[in-house]
Write a protein that binds this ligand. Structure first.
Ligand SMILES: *[C@@H]1O[C@H](CO)[C@@H](O)[C@H](O)[C@H]1NC(C)=O
Ligand SMILES: *[C@@H]1O[C@H](CO)[C@@H](O)[C@H](O)[C@H]1NC(C)=O
Ligand SMILES: *[C@@H]1O[C@H](CO)[C@@H](O)[C@H](O)[C@H]1NC(C)=O
Ligand SMILES: *[C@@H]1O[C@H](CO)[C@@H](O)[C@H](O)[C@H]1NC(C)=O
Ligand SMILES: *[C@@H]1O[C@H](CO)[C@@H](O)[C@H](O)[C@H]1NC(C)=O
Ligand SMILES: *[C@@H]1O[C@H](CO)[C@@H](O)[C@H](O)[C@H]1NC(C)=O
Ligand SMILES: *[C@@H]1O[C@H](CO)[C@@H](O)[C@H](O)[C@H]1NC(C)=O
Ligand SMILES: *[C@@H]1O[C@H](CO)[C@@H](O)[C@H](O)[C@H]1NC(C)=O
Ligand SMILES: *[C@@H]1O[C@H](CO)[C@@H](O)[C@H](O)[C@H]1NC(C)=O
Length: 287
């Protein structure tokens, strides 16, 4: 009986303490889990470039990339990181004068992230709108759309196909984007139901267009929307990482996989093991 309890304890012990952060490091910020190579605080808690900051001035506390202002909503060990990204907008009054404008941009230069091409779409909203996104640093491109619609009645909820809402795919591998918003008539013909043009990169699984967004986007969704980044251990591929990366990221019982953004590698536990593959002994045998 005693032996049985002891065996059970021994068996449960590593499970109960299995942490996804380094030993002695903070694993959670609010309800967001921070798995190594990400880490908070002491330099020993994160791999170089993967530091995040937990700011307790907010209730619940908020997590930020580096020491910056980009808010992190979720980190997945499988190579994605979701951030809260500010939308771009240009708004006009009845006489066609610009009354407010915010043209957002994000620069991830020298950081191990790119904008995910699989999750994100460039999305523009407006009925007198010319929206352009210019990507650079890793992959140069320019894309966008131009829309004119003259009545809210033509807009179809849930359908982002060019009437009041348009979406385009983006390529993989770029680290910076800039946004431009223009219009043909300063929204003067549509100001009754649409006085702003909007442009943003967004997780397309999250965003579902509604005609109400043409007048109330920020009331309905805030001025920040979720955007997905791909992260990777950059500079090496699986062909040379284990021999050339002096700081090879994959721990025991794990294997290297080339990252989907083409800029580096990721690690995953070998078949039959589970845990955090970026910790030395993070991958533990299942039983
Ligand atoms: C964290 O909590 C907020 C509400 O406090 C919730 O909306 C969000 O989904 C939670 N995130 C996770 C990863 O559980
Ligand atoms: C936390 O956020 C507050 C409010 O934005 C800011 O004033 C403060 O500098 C931040 N603290 C840290 C440690 O970043
Ligand atoms: C955060 O990421 C984890 C791991 O990928 C996932 O299981 C969870 O559903 C995500 N939470 C949110 C709020 O996106
Ligand atoms: C994104 O940021 C805005 C503004 O700071 C905040 O109100 C909103 O709750 C954040 N979104 C999430 C999902 O945390
Ligand atoms: C679209 O959705 C909004 C609110 O979400 C609603 O007020 C409007 O009537 C809907 N339009 C159509 C054509 O269903
Ligand atoms: C998007 O919203 C429309 C109504 O506004 C709804 O019919 C549709 O099911 C929604 N789609 C998703 C994927 O949530
Ligand atoms: C639109 O606005 C711009 C700048 O606010 C102004 O220079 C231009 O004359 C306006 N055009 C029309 C058609 O109102
Ligand atoms: C390792 O391989 C990557 C491509 O996968 C290449 O860009 C890099 O230069 C190589 N590094 C070394 C040290 O061989
Ligand atoms: C892998 O495990 C072996 C024995 O369990 C240990 O000697 C070695 O140091 C470990 N290697 C790493 C990279 O943790």
């Amino acid at each position: 009986m005693v032996l049985l309890v002891l065996l059970q304890l021994l068996w449960l012990w590593p499970m109960a303490t299995a942490s996804t952060a380094r030993t002695g490091c903070q694993e959670k910020c609010g309800n967001i889990t921070v798995p190594y190579p990400f880490g908070i605080g002491d330099a020993n808690c994160y791999r170089k470039l993967y530091d995040v900051t937990c700011n307790h001035s907010f209730i619940p506390p908020k997590l930020f990339l580096g020491k910056g202002k980009v808010e992190v909503l979720n980190i997945s060990s499988e190579g994605q990181l979701r951030i809260n990204s500010t939308i771009g907008f240009t708004c006009y009054d009845r006489s066609g004068d610009k009354i407010s404008e915010h043209l957002s941009w994000i620069d991830l230069k020298a950081k191990p992230y790119t904008f995910s091409d699989t999750y994100n779409r460039f999305t523009a909203l407006g009925c007198d709108t010319i929206a352009t996104i210019t990507g650079s640093k890793g992959c140069d491109f320019k894309t966008g759309c131009s829309m004119l619609c003259n009545s809210i009645d033509n807009v179809i909820n849930g359908s982002c196909s060019g009437i009041g809402c348009c979406q385009t795919s983006i390529p993989k591998g770029f680290k910076k984007f800039d946004l431009e918003l223009g219009s043909n008539n300063n929204h003067t013909d549509v100001v009754d139901f649409n006085w702003c043009s909007y442009g943003f990169l967004v997780d397309h699984e999250w965003y579902n267009f509604s005609g109400a967004d043409l007048s109330l986007f920020s009331t309905r969704h805030d001025t920040q929307v979720p955007l997905v980044l791909n992260w990777a251990i950059e500079g090496f591929g699986c062909g040379n990482a284990s021999t050339s990366d002096l700081n090879y990221a994959c721990g025991n019982n794990s294997e290297c996989i080339n990252s989907p953004n083409g800029l580096g590698y990721l690690c995953r536990c070998s078949p039959g093991y589970q845990g955090n593959p970026y910790l030395k002994d993070g991958c533990q045998g299942r039983d």
